[in-house]
Write a protein that binds this ligand. Structure first.
Ligand code: URA
Length: 219
């Protein structure tokens, strides 16, 4: 889903479902306002995301965390949503899990962090670090799909179940799917554990090491 009109439609449908509706008339959504199309440059896309108020998270965020890195990267890392440090700095993965992600990139893939691109499914921090709701993720994901379209990565490493789930619509648990290559028409997705899971479960680092070795062999 690459355009905001579809995301807004989905958000509206979730809202109607929450209110108890089971059927709705889609013809009322027919008009196609062109200002809901996402821009075709990263700078314009960033500006649009920084001014986004499409979901509730815009009310509580400090900064929008759009993403950062090499806009022509071969590898894109996608996380779930910003935490407290990211929310205050406006940059992805700058807290404790960011330190670990940087080590994973620099010590296992042997490339500088600045050579890859890092972004999240959801660009604003969910309060209390809760997982984003389906509505928040669906409303926000046109931004990550547009980032993918602009960056054209060869490989996407999804960090944790949320990122994998919302990029693929596959809800297989991460413990079953990690390390399994998911071939998409224009890129490969390799799901692995989220660094914050590794901070809580250091013994899972060896699996992530294997997944990153796979990434390295595909590079
Ligand atoms: N966790 C994420 O998923 N993303 C961040 O940017 C930071 C922590």
């Amino acid at each position: 889903m690459k355009n905001l009109k579809n995301a807004l439609l989905l958000k509206h449908l979730y809202h109607l479902k929450d209110l108890g509706h089971r059927y709705t008339d889609l013809t009322i959504f027919k008009e196609d306002p062109s200002d809901l199309l996402l821009p075709n440059t990263m700078e314009e896309l960033r500006k649009q995301a920084l001014n986004c108020h499409l979901c509730e998270l815009s009310k509580s965020r400090t900064k929008v965390v759009f993403g950062e890195g090499n806009e022509n990267a071969d590898i894109l890392f996608v996380g779930e949503a910003p935490g407290a440090s990211e929310d205050s700095q406006g940059k992805p993965f700058v807290g404790k899990s960011g330190e670990l992600l940087t080590k994973m990139i620099e010590n296992v893939l042997n490339i500088p962090r600045s050579e890859v691109y890092i972004a999240n499914i959801v660009k604003c921090r969910p309060p209390e670090n809760r997982a984003p709701t389906a509505t928040e993720a669906h409303t926000c994901r046109p931004y990550i799909f547009k980032q993918i379209e602009l960056i054209k990565p060869k490989l996407i490493v999804t960090l944790g179940s949320t990122a994998y789930h919302y990029l693929t619509d596959d809800s297989t648990p991460i413990s079953q799917i990690r390390g399994v290559i998911n071939q998409q028409p224009d890129y490969i997705i390799i799901p692995t554990f989220h660094p914050s899971y590794l901070l809580r479960n250091p013994s899972a680092k060896k699996e992530v090491f294997e997944d990153l070795k796979k990434v390295k062999s595909l590079m």
